[in-house]
Structure formats: structure tokens, C-alpha cells
Design a protein around this ligand. Structure first.
Ligand SMILES: Nc1ncnc2c1ncn2[C@@H]1O[C@H](COP(=O)(O)OP(=O)(O)OP(=O)(O)O)[C@@H](O)[C@H]1O
Ligand SMILES: [Mg+2]
Length: 230
């Protein structure tokens, strides 16, 4: 579903590239977690998959559409983003001028498939339904994070990219919210790529990977370090 081929990306000419011939092949509906040291390129990788950044070389295919070799594909890529991509940004990127409800409804309105009942159910499960009419700026960081997650899911995308989706949540809320993210994607056969610093979140994925020296390798998570029982 998502295929990454020998991706290279540098932000400077000096030293080894940040991403250095990175490859990945995912199945439809598979969930992948990516861990790695701060600054190793995790958010950059998600930006490349979303088509916000261009790699130096290599290719990224989503449902056989190249996100990289755009050329005449620009309109197709735009449509792909609108219809099939859900993104939870590390810095949320919510709209201050909208309340919580309208922020979350944004992706569904763009796609033209507003389903109020589905949005109500998601907001209820995420514990933010009572905040629907509140200005987004009045919400706590954790509440905004949950709005960002609802916005990434509400239009039923085929691929969800989530950058530290539980970074602002306490342990118990992180557990509930990450369960919802993984379960929603499993039920809807949505491919999910989650960047996280949390071992507890990482092990919920079908495949736990780490970004190390520019490539993805299997993460080695010691079960004894987990605080949440699986
Ligand atoms: N647009 C850019 N221009 C120049 N350098 C950049 C740019 N974007 C990212 N970088 C650099 O690339 C490196 C990787 O950044 P990135 O945000 O991908 O790291 P990360 O793994 O997501 O880190 P964190 O865990 O702290 O979020 C950093 O050194 C960053 O400064
Ligand atoms: Mg990051």
C-alpha cells in the first residue's frame, strides 16, 4: 500500500544524509510504529510521505501513485491527500479561528463526506465531545491533540500518518487514545504510520521499527520496560 524505495534526504551537503537509502513496504491495513533519537529524521520522513518535502532521490508510492515523481501527477497527489490521507502533526496545526467541532470536521468537509454521527462517536470515544463548541485555543495541549487525532480519522482515510500523537497526554489517556487510533485503523483497514517516543505505544503496532542512521530497522523493545500490560 505504502512503498518507499531507497529514499535519500539531506538538508546540507556535509556528512551522511539524514535518510540514507531508506526502504519500507507495508500492507493495506498494517500499522507501523517508528521510534528513534530526537533529530534522526522521523518527522522529515512523514513529511516526505505526505508530499510536503521532496527527497534527493528514491520514490514513495501510495496505492501505486508516486508522491515524488509528481510532474503531471500533481492533481492526483492533491486528490490523494484530500481523500485518503489523515495527518496528526507533531505541532497539531489546528485552526485558532474554529471551534473544536469545525476543526475536526475540516477534513471531512474537504473530502465532501461529512458524517456527523461518525464524528460524534469519535469525539465521544476520545473524551472531547463536551468541548465541541469551545474555541480551540481554550483547550489544553492534550485536548487539542485529541482533536487533531479525530480530524485525521473523521474522513475515513486510507493512510494515517501520526507524529507523536500521544506526546502531550498522561499515561492513562495515552493508552486509551492510542488504543482508539490503532483499533479504528484496524477496523477500517487503514494503514497507519505512528512516530512515537513511547515503547507502550510502539508495541501496539503490527510492526515496531526504529529509524537509525538513516534507515528503518526492527525496534528492539524489552517487554520488561513496559508499564502497561499488553
Ligand atoms: N526544513 C528543514 N531545513 C533544514 N533542516 C531541517 C529541516 N527540517 C528538519 N531539519 C533538520 O533535520 C533533522 C531531523 O529533523 P526531524 O524533525 O525530522 O527530527 P525528528 O526525528 O522528528 O526529531 P524529534 O523526535 O525531536 O521530533 C534535524 O536536525 C532538523 O533540524
Ligand atoms: Mg519530530
Amino acid at each position: 500500500m505504502l512503498i518507499i524505495k531507497e529514499l535519500k534526504k539531506s538538508f546540507s551537503d556535509a556528512g551522511t544524509p539524514l535518510l540514507n537509502n531508506l526502504s519500507l513496504n507495508t500492507r493495506k491495513g498494517e500499522s507501523i510504529s517508528i521510534q528513534g533519537a530526537s533529530g534522526c529524521g522521523k518527522s522529515t520522513l512523514l513529511s516526505l510521505i505526505a508530499g510536503f518535502e521532496k527527497p534527493d532521490s528514491g520514490d514513495i508510492l501510495v496505492n501505486n501513485l508516486s508522491i515524488v515523481n509528481s510532474g503531471s501527477n500533481l492533481k492526483k497527489i492533491d486528490n490523494f491527500r484530500k481523500e485518503n490521507l489523515g495527518i496528526v502533526f507533531q505541532s497539531f496545526n489546528l485552526f485558532d479561528c474554529f471551534n473544536a467541532w469545525d476543526n475536526i470536521a475540516f477534513t471531512a468537509r474537504l473530502k465532501g463526506n461529512v458524517d456527523k454521527d461518525y464524528q460524534l462517536a469519535l469525539m465521544k470515544q476520545l473524551g472531547i465531545l463536551s468541548l465541541a463548541q469551545h474555541p480551540i485555543s481554550s483547550l489544553s495541549g492534550g485536548e487539542q491533540q485529541r482533536c487533531a487525532i479525530a480530524r485525521a480519522l473523521v474522513h475515513r482515510p486510507a493512510l494515517v500518518l501520526a507524529d507523536e500523537p500521544t506526546g502531550n497526554l498522561d499515561e492513562a489517556t495515552s493508552d486509551t487514545v492510542s488504543d482508539l487510533l490503532f483499533e479504528t485503523c484496524r477496523h477500517t483497514n487503514t494503514t497507519l504510520v505512528v512516530v512515537t517516543h513511547s515503547n507502550e505505544v510502539a508495541v501496539k503496532a503490527d510492526r515496531a521499527l526504529q529509524l537509525h542512521q538513516g534507515v528503518l530497522e526492527r525496534a528492539n523493545i524489552d517487554n520488561a520496560t513496559l508499564t502497561t500490560a499488553r
